[in-house]
Design a protein around this ligand. Structure first.
Ligand SMILES: Cc1ncc(C[n+]2csc(CCOP(=O)(O)OP(=O)(O)O)c2C)c(N)n1
Ligand SMILES: [Mg+2]
Length: 436
């Protein structure tokens, strides 16, 4: 823990220096999210959290009387409670252990059903046609890019690749809900966030082919993107190390009074690392404006979540550390968009961390180094691929609004395939040219 705290403190300093020197925190103007409006249902943020549960709702446990041992006895109310930092703790005669499990699981926030219809009683943040269409086209672009680059690895053109198939909504809808000023600390399955921010297919290809135009000058493993210009920290394979870094950055943004937060993505496997727990705790006590987005896709390579933790998923861990949290349907782009935009507002205006657990499924193999049919049934993969597809679900909603149709779809697909193939052909011709 002490080591992690040092790491975070050091990172606050490094991050501040980084900003002052070459780190572009200023933003690409005219970000599409500017047109977004908070749904009237969400105007009063306190309406959407159960804040009656104080003292957890307050930033800090305020009582200090128990810190002075000489005053302790005087503050014990024999039959009622003991004053202890954090408020009065009830005294009871029964020996009662807290149960290791809850009667009911934490519910999951969802706006669209599997057919793309808004469910009864839904409340969500309004999204304009322009933003919704860009969300959809970026999700399709991400999927096309994944399919083509995955095949390119299989053909020996690149050495490694990771897809986000099945997790396009978490990638793109969360990015759409953020501002370009927000600093992103990714794991490795969030290329869609970078795509949303304007990283081009050519730039992805440069990194994957490890050429001199790559921001990392070809020194990183393929699929380990990073871009100062897009406020997107370079991916590190070491699982969960980015989570405390995000807290340090968030603390720095708060000290500088920026209208921005830090956002970190990680998988269920990331939440099984010590760094996740240290980061949540530090974020809570430093009141850092950071959003933790956990993509709970059921698997950490071949390890299922049942072998990782016995809690009700990841969301419940937030409350243990004093972090406001929500569980969201990760395959519902509108639910993700609404939750992230609302979380962002809370994080910045109230100076607090927020944890979002997005329930989803990794439809693809873990990476090109994996064959997931060796450890999970093919029909499970197929069910998530077809019945719970986040891209098809969002498309139905767009079509119901009259914002998308078959013609627009085929134009987009043809255009994308051609773009990626053209880029790869150019890159390969450069490689051949250099090797002769
Ligand atoms: C510290 C560390 N331990 C182990 C690994 C090996 N490893 C790479 S990815 C991975 C699984 C991570 O799973 P999760 O966080 O759920 O992300 P997902 O791949 O499901 O998106 C593991 C164990 C690593 N890269 N770093
Ligand atoms: Mg996982």
């Amino acid at each position: 823990m002490r080591f992690a705290f040092h790491t975070m403190r050091k990172f606050v300093t490094i991050f501040s220096l980084f900003k002052s020197k070459n780190f572009s925190v200023s933003l690409i103007p005219n970000s599409p999210r500017c047109s977004n409006q908070l749904h009237p249902n969400f105007r009063n943020l306190t309406q959407i959290c159960d804040l009656s549960l104080s003292p957890l709702s307050s930033h800090r446990f305020v009582s200090t009387t128990a810190e002075n041992p000489s005053t302790l006895n005087r503050n014990v109310h024999q039959d009622q409670g003991i004053d202890f930092p954090g408020g009065t703790v009830e005294l009871i005669p029964e020996m009662k252990f807290i149960s290791e499990s809850v009667k009911e699981r934490i519910p999951c926030y969802r706006v669209l059903d599997d057919n793309g219809q808004a469910i009864m009683g839904h409340n969500f943040v309004q999204v304009s046609e322009e933003v919704a269409v860009k969300m959809y086209t970026d999700m399709v672009t991400l999927r096309s890019m994944d399919t083509i680059f995955y095949e390119a690895q299989r053909q020996g053109r690149i050495s490694f690749y990771v897809t986000a198939i099945g997790e396009e909504a978490i990638n793109v809808a969360s990015a759409a809900a953020l501002s370009m000023d927000d600093v992103v600390f990714p794991q490795y399955r969030e290329a869609g966030v970078l795509l949303w921010r304007g990283f081009t297919l050519q730039e992805f290809a440069n990194q994957l082919f490890s050429n001199k135009y790559d921001n990392g000058k070809g020194r990183q493993m393929p699929a380990h993107y990073g871009s100062n210009k897009h406020n997107y920290f370079t991916i590190a394979s070491t699982i969960a190390t980015q989570i405390p870094h995000a807290v340090g950055a968030a603390y720095s943004l708060k000290m500088d009074k920026k209208d921005a937060c830090a956002v970190t993505y990680f998988g269920d496997g990331g939440s099984s690392e010590g760094d996740f727990h240290a980061a949540l705790n530090f974020a809570a006590v430093t009141e850092a404006p950071v959003i933790f987005i956990c993509r709970n896709n059921g698997w950490a390579i071949s390890t299922p979540i049942s072998d990782q933790f016995r809690s009700d998923g990841v969301v419940v861990k937030g409350q243990s550390y004093g972090v406001r949290s929500i569980r969201v349907d990760g395959n519902d782009a509108l639910a993700i968009y609404s939750a992230v935009q609302t979380a962002r507002q809370m994080a910045i205006t109230e100076e607090r961390p927020i944890l979002i657990e997005a329930l989803t499924y990794r439809v693809g193999h873990h990476s090109t180094s994996d064959d997931s049919t060796k450890y999970r049934p093919a029909n499970e993969i197929e069910w998530w691929r077809v019945a719970r597809d986040p891209v098809a679900r969002f498309r139905k909603w767009l079509e119901n609004n009259g914002w998308w149709n078959d013609r627009a779809e085929s134009e987009l697909i043809n255009n994308l395939r051609q773009q990626v193939i053209d880029i790869m052909l150019i890159l390969e011709s450069i490689l051949i040219h250099h090797s002769v």
